[in-house]
Ligand binder design. Sequence first.
Ligand code: AMP
Ligand code: MG
Length: 705
Amino acid sequence: MSGFDTVAVVDWSAGKRKPAAPSRDAIWIGVVQSGQEQAPVYCRSRIEAEAWLAAFIDKEAKAGRRTLVGFDFPFGYPKGFAAHVTGSNDPLAFWDWLAARITDDEAGENNRFDVASEINRLFDGPGPFWGKPNDTAWPDVPYRKAGIDYATCAERRACDLVANASSSCFQLFFNPTVGSQALMGLPMLARLRQRAGVAVWPFQTWTDAQTVFVEVWPGLIETAVKEVGQDEIRDSVQVRLLARALAGLPPARLEGMMSDTGPEAGEEAWILGAGHGDELIEAARGPQVLTPPPLRNDCFALPAGVDWTPVDDALALLRDRMTPVVGTETVPLMQATGRVLAADVAARRSNPPHPNSAVDGYGFAGAAIGSGAQVLSLVDGRAAAGVPVDAFVPEGHAIRVLTGADLPKGVDTVVLDEDVRTGDGRVAFNGPLKRGANTRKAGEDVVSGEIALHEGRVLTPADLALAAAVGHGTLEVRKRLRVAVLSTGDEIVEPGADASVGQIFDANRPMLLSLCAGFGFDVVDMGRAADDRATVRASLETAAQQANVILTSGGASAGDEDHISALLRDSGAMQEWRIALKPGRPLALGVWQGVPVFGLPGNPVAALVCTLIFARPAMAALSGAGWFEPQGFTVPAAFEKRKKPGRREYLRARIRDGRAEVFKSEGSGRISGLSWAEGLVELQDGAVHVRPGDPVRYVPFGSFS
Ligand code: AMP
Ligand code: MG
């Protein structure tokens, strides 16, 4: 047997019972089952945690999953200690010795200082245990460490030194209270290890055991823990990341760490991974998505021998060849709108996390409510959102509850304020009432562990609400796609500059830059390049260094001054795309130093249409968001138009009175028509005769953003 199917990591606590709402310094359990990270489990008391663990161990064993359970307190004490107390140097004998003495209850009241006193009395002079809430109680436990000589046994174990842990298993009070955690944890382990198939590492043979208990220490992965946002409770982060690390290590590496113990381990125990912190930190960070490789040079190759490529074939080819080219980063949730999810987002907790009330009213057990008049005695207290009551509501009783409040114990149904009369410590209303009425079930929206949002999703404001509700403060997203925009042509001058005869203003660049910014991409303004091979080459070179995609306009034909196509052809990675499209020709697609180049036609109308129809979906795929299909609508035409078969046509259009009207001229230099339009009408490749009232496909510009 090798490897574990399930890993759980327990952050133990020596403290009193914790509030119902998940809080710090409580017991937290991180679980990764069959590679799936589960939302950390929060336990209010040790007794609750022990019951959860017992059930968990049995459940995993029954399901045939081999399980590793890590606990963050020492399994053993420095050499010589156990023998001094029990007469045997078997650490498990000390566990039983302790289990026979330690008492604990649901409230967390326990006798650990009495037991520590008993142990200290077995030593000459002050015993090893020290630290307590005040310096008067428990005279056999010193308040401070000063004066303890640690002659019979050392203060720290060999593994504590290797792991660089500053805490001591003898310190009972003041953080870190490792000593108290061990006294309150080992009795639990002594009981749990009696379950079938459990072995304790490194004391017992563990290689074939169904369930293996190991000592762990989250301090080893502190660097990775610190990288997680502040909004998740630290203990939760620790157990989640340590479980992820142990589950994520290759089985042989985990086995290597489990075999790498000092000679003292049989008596003192060992911290799993001591001396391997860097490796654990890497594993705790989870799989890092590396920057993907650049596109292949031949990615725009068209089928040989084809003269005019239909639009759909060209799109199918792009869809097939465009893969994500950007790496990933973690961003705060608040800044994630419009970003592309780099990994599935699993719910860390259910929404709602607990059953709660959907209204202001009175809660009670629904089973006992019949039809007709009901009068229930009110229990003291009030459950409000964020302020749960710890009361039990017996049958025949009710309690005040407000919207969003966790349902108190005994309550599963709520009657609305508007439907009751109250007075005299009682509440009256008319039945029947459906059991569960006016309440929300835990997880009725999303269940913990479920995938709430999928990789590749472009995050909307509502997605942020969902991610927040299921426990995320940061999200793993793709780095923004960087798009460089370059205009070419000797005749092109900067907008607003002086233009002499024969010159025209650069209209494409402002349009394309703002279009791409609107798609959610980072834009790099490459300015203008004259029709000169060296100048255009230098611009492409700079653009390739700064961006993930290059959009150029002009110079894409096969003429003398068409340097974009010439350069791309020289580089061996150019394809002239003769696409059966109007307006559109020519379009040059190529790869320049690993960066895809969309050589758009110079005509502004054609430049815009080609960007929307080809570059837009291709850039979506490059950005990690997957292929993109703009949403179109079938509407009646307000125009008449005849076209020959052989190519697809896009007309500048807009909707008025529910009908698509088109711009009066189809001239591809008519920029005013672009500005007039609010979308495109798409006419299919075949022969078409559209008459007023005929259905046509209209795609609003908004569908492209
Ligand atoms: P070309 O593709 O370079 O042959 O250019 C086709 C037409 O588009 C020519 O009339 C150019 O002057 C015009 N054109 C090219 N680039 C731009 C631009 N950036 N802004 C406006 N018109 C342009
Ligand atoms: Mg030109």
